[in-house]
Design a protein around this ligand. Structure first.
Ligand code: SF4
Length: 427
């Protein structure tokens, strides 16, 4: 395959996958490709896959089949975590031309001229150095992802990510700062730091706090958002910095996974509920309106009704702003796969549904607490005379306003809340 054409792209999974797909999309556009909506016929269709649960595997397979049906004459490339760990399953789907592992996807353009009917399969071998990608990524016209880390060494007992993405690797300090400065020059007002386990960032003695300090010095950068960070990597120095630096957005995604100490221990997590509670209390004392989101796994082997109830009550107590809920599923070659007392699917579904309802209640309550306050909003889009964006503490907001206010920060008064979203008026 040579030259430009039409590209369709679908992304499953985490923020890092999203960031990597956005970067790819931009690179294709720079090379003259036209991006077409999903399920439109395309010369090339890319599916950036996920394998974090059984549901993610099933969805990855379905989306690949959809792509083949939508573009029977085009080429199909399947990349990312599901491709890396399940290449045989992908190869078995007729119509796939290219299968690339999680790091190999950075070399996608090298493989395009060599596509034949029989799929070309290139998976990651042992990766020991952070893979610099020349692609820069943006999530919108106003916010851009900045990837500084990949992989994980924690090996939580249920998790397949270390197998799919390899060991924890950090981008060089200089390259991270250079890309940040470039993005700011391009006009982005907010950067979102991304990685698999950001708190373990380590490059020649420089840690996450060092990079945060440097990034907030960049002239023209208005806001910095930390996408997700493990609570045990946040020490007092970091807590103080987060609360004192006005460029850091008052929003953290802190994966809890379970609110029961026995379950956390079986998961192999590196904190107790007491530590989690203590850090959250400090964060709330120092940053009163901070938006705290979390990830949760229901149905780990051996999770009793009492353990689940302990999790429910801990989550209520922590009053998260939102929950991302996952039903546990057996992942090959993980310690939890062979644990006794696997939980029945119906029980997992029931627990997930209860958590979903709790999440909706928490989201609504958090949004309602913002009524009457005023906040600086970075407006991202405009439609039918209405602007939309996110509050600093990560709640969707709309207000009447014109398109020329996109990518500007405006003081906005919060007037009302509905279904976890806010409505405001520019001041
Ligand atoms: S910290 Fe645990 S859950 Fe998160 S990616 Fe690493 S091994 Fe997986």
């Amino acid at each position: 395959m040579n030259g430009a054409g039409k590209l369709a792209l679908y992304t499953l999974g985490c923020k890092l996958n999203q960031a990597e797909s956005d970067a790819l999309k931009q690179e294709f556009e720079l090379r003259g490709w036209e991006i077409v909506p999903w399920r439109s016929p395309a010369d090339l269709t890319i599916i950036n896959t996920c394998t974090v649960t059984n549901q993610a595997d099933a969805k990855s397979r379905n989306i690949i089949r959809q792509a083949v049906a939508s573009s029977p004459k085009g080429k199909i490339a399947v990349i990312g975590c599901f491709a890396q760990l399940n290449s045989k399953a992908v190869e078995a789907i007729p119509g796939v031309h290219l299968i690339l592992g999680t790091h190999e996807k950075n070399r996608l353009f090298d493989y395009l001229p060599h596509l034949k009917e029989k799929p070309l399969i290139v998976l990651d071998q042992a990766v020991s150095q952070y893979e610099e990608s020349s692609f820069t990524s943006s999530s919108s016209r106003t916010r851009a992802f900045l990837k500084i880390q990949d992989g994980c060494d924690y090996h939580c007992r249920y998790c397949i990510i270390p197998q799919a993405r390899g060991p924890a690797l950090s981008r060089s300090f200089e390259s991270s700062l250079t890309e940040a400065a470039k993005l700011v020059q391009q006009g982005y007002k907010e950067l979102i730091l991304t990685g698999i386990n950001l708190g373990t960032y380590s490059y020649q003695g420089k840690k996450l706090l060092d990079i945060l300090r440097e990034l907030t010095q960049i002239e023209g950068l208005e806001r910095l958002r930390i996408s997700s960070v493990e609570i045990n990597t946040i020490d007092d120095e970091m807590l103080n910095f987060l609360s004192e630096n006005h460029k850091i957005m008052p929003h953290l995604h802190l994966p809890l996974q379970s609110g029961c100490d026995a379950t956390l221990q079986r998961m192999g997590r590196r904190y107790s509920t007491a530590l989690f509670r203590e850090k959250i209390e400090t964060l709330r004392r120092k940053i009163p309106d901070i938006g705290l989101g979390t990830d949760l796994i229901v149905g780990l082997p051996g999770e009793t009704d009492e353990e689940f109830a302990a999790t429910e009550s801990f989550i209520r107590e922590m009053a998260f702003a939102y929950l991302h809920i996952f039903r546990y599923s057996i992942r090959k070659n993980t310690a939890a796969a062979t644990m006794p007392d696997q939980i029945d699917e119906r029980v997992k579904k029931d627990r997930a549904a209860r958590m979903k309802m709790l999440s909706q209640r928490l989201r609504t309550a958090f949004a309602e607490k913002m009524i009457g306050k005023s906040m600086d909003i970075l407006w991202e889009e405009a439609k039918n005379g209405h602007l939309s964006g996110w509050t600093p503490n990560y709640i969707r907001i709309q207000a009447p306003g014109a398109e020329d206010l996109i990518n500007t920060i405006q003081k906005t008064s919060i007037k009302s809340a509905r279904n976890g979203q806010l409505w405001g008026e520019l001041i």
